[in-house]
Design a protein around this ligand. Structure first.
Ligand code: FES
Ligand code: FES
Length: 509
């Protein structure tokens, strides 16, 4: 049965009343500002739109339930309001990759229309609880909420994109358009007539004219969250230790799941079109690009390869878990999941530690992920020596302390280039460091099977639970280097120290 709706002021007819609203908006209406970060889990908030003015996640909204109603995406907000939100987010550094931002803007638009005061932090945190952002650490989003409507907002400098590329590790768009979801993601730039391929249950790929058909044909059961707690998979090395640490599997959890498209006889798009998820997307780039090229040639048609959230968790690489015992003089032993380059990464920060790689059943691990190996080593040595200063391998220097519940960060990243962008990445990195130590984990069974397949099960710290972060940028005329990786490690150290150095991460909030 056909369903009639209004989308951004235009009447539309949906022939399939079993379709979900996200699919209709993206695939039928071509509205790519509405993002798919976890469909059909309904947990990330990236697909949030307004239905008769109320914020709703589109991926779990069947169109038959909203027949005759009015849907507004970020594109359909009144033009002045839309521009004000975009400027508020850009000038606050509240949007990095921008994948989460259109959905957040829709929710904040509804919140503002409800008449709450801009300083009502509780209501704001409650609203943001329906969303996940992996880049910004929430604080700059709260600042954008307050800045909305200010007619005198500062602009980003011409060097903002340069600073973003240094911090993100890949070229990255900046500015108001990014906040409106126009960062240029592969899923949004693909030709509309491309076939869609998804992983099938037998290990091969299933191609179909639409994403919905491909997913139905693949017959995959959607991801779940296990009720079991994650545990440290590697026992501590034998010995008498003054400091120990055991970590567990950690999912990088980029909000944009991996998507790549390729024309027949052509080159695949990049997984890193607007942000590389701090290294998380590097490992699958070649693998998925080759599959896209093979399928495009086999079908003689453009192919869009799409990983769902559970596909992304199953296929993507993880932070290698480890177990370390240290003596007061800095010597000791680290047992770490076998991972290319991890011994060198640990040795770069803690040369007196013996590193033993061990085989642990579980997902693939990688040192491409931000700070993998060297962060843990730097934090262990920092905890032993009493320093709060971290010098990252890529040149940045940061220190961090927790004082009265506030995380105070100082960063030297050479020439700042653009203070708004540098501060934004440092606050995002502070969130990631705090979150890594307190909350993030991925359940993996003894047989190596991943138990947590939903985006809410990875432990990303919510807005309400994130301490305030103060960032001091050290003035410098030295060449610009990455500063946020050092902040990531320094805040992990400060958070662990403030909690009394408990022997396992995550330590709990
Ligand atoms: S895509 Fe709908 S909530 Fe994540
Ligand atoms: S800006 Fe929020 S996920 Fe990237």
């Amino acid at each position: 049965m056909a369903v009639e709706l209004t989308v951004d002021g235009e009447p539309i007819v949906v022939e399939n009343d079993r379709a979900d609203l996200l699919t209709v908006l993206r695939e039928q209406c071509g509205i790519t500002s509405v993002k798919d970060g976890c469909a059909p889990q309904g947990q990330c908030g990236c697909c949030t739109v307004l239905i008769d003015g109320q914020a709703r996640v589109a991926c779990v909204t069947p169109v038959r339930r909203i027949a005759g109603r009015s849907v507004t995406t970020v594109d359909g907000l009144e033009s002045t309001e839309r521009a004000q939100w975009a400027e508020a987010f850009a000038s606050s550094g509240a949007s990095q990759c921008g994948f989460c931002t259109p959905g957040i803007i829709c929710r904040l638009s509804a919140l503002r229309a409800s008449g709450i005061e801009p300083d009502n932090r509780t209501k704001l945190d409650n609203a943001l609880a329906a969303h996940l952002c992996r880049c910004t650490g929430w604080q700059t989003i709260r600042e954008a909420w307050v800045a909305f409507g200010d007619s005198d907002l500062p602009s980003l400098t011409d060097a903002a994109a340069q600073r973003a590329a240094i911090e993100g590790g890949t070229p990255q768009a900046v500015g108001a358009a990014v906040a409106l979801g126009r960062g240029g993601f592969s899923a949004d730039t693909c030709p509309a007539d491309a076939l869609v391929a998804v992983p099938g249950s037998d290990g091969d790929w299933v191609a179909a004219p639409t994403l919905a058909e491909a997913r139905v044909t693949s017959g995959k059961v959607q991801g779940r969250r296990t009720t079991a707690e994650a545990s440290a998979p590697i026992p501590l090395p034998d010995g008498s230790w003054d400091l120990t640490l055991q970590t567990t599997w950690v999912e990088p959890a980029a909000l944009e799941t991996e998507t790549v498209w390729c024309p027949p006889g052509g080159e695949p798009s990049s997984l890193l079109e607007n942000g590389g998820a701090f290294g998380a997307k590097i490992d699958l780039q070649d693998e998925l690009g080759q599959v896209a090229r093979r399928l495009a040639d086999a079908h003689d048609a453009p192919i869009r390869l799409v990983l769902s959230r559970e596909d992304s968790v199953r296929m993507g690489t993880k932070r290698p878990p480890l177990a370390a015992g240290l003596r007061a003089d800095g010597t000791g032993v680290v047992h770490v999941a076998r991972t290319d380059g991890v011994a060198a990464a640990i040795a770069s920060m803690a040369p007196a530690l013996d590193v033993v790689e061990v085989d642990v059943p579980g997902p693939r691990t990688s040192t491409s992920l931000r700070g993998a190996g060297w962060l843990e080593a730097a934090v262990l040595i920092g905890a032993l020596t009493g320093t709060d200063r971290i010098e990252a391998p890529n040149g940045g220097v940061a220190s961090a302390v927790v004082v009265d519940g506030v995380i105070r960060v100082q960063v030297d990243a050479g020439e700042a280039l653009d203070e708004t962008v540098l501060r934004s990445y440092c606050i995002g990195a502070a969130h990631m460091g705090h979150s890594l130590v307190t909350s993030e984990q991925l359940h993996v069974g003894e047989d190596g099977t991943i138990g947590d397949l939903t985006v809410r099960s990875f432990g990303i710290v919510r807005s309400a639970d994130m301490p305030h972060v103060e960032v001091e940028i050290v003035a410098s005329d030295q060449p610009a280097v990455n500063g946020s990786d050092a902040v990531f490690a320094a805040v992990a150290l400060a958070t662990w120290r403030a909690a009394g150095l408990p022997p396992q991460w995550p330590i709990g909030q």
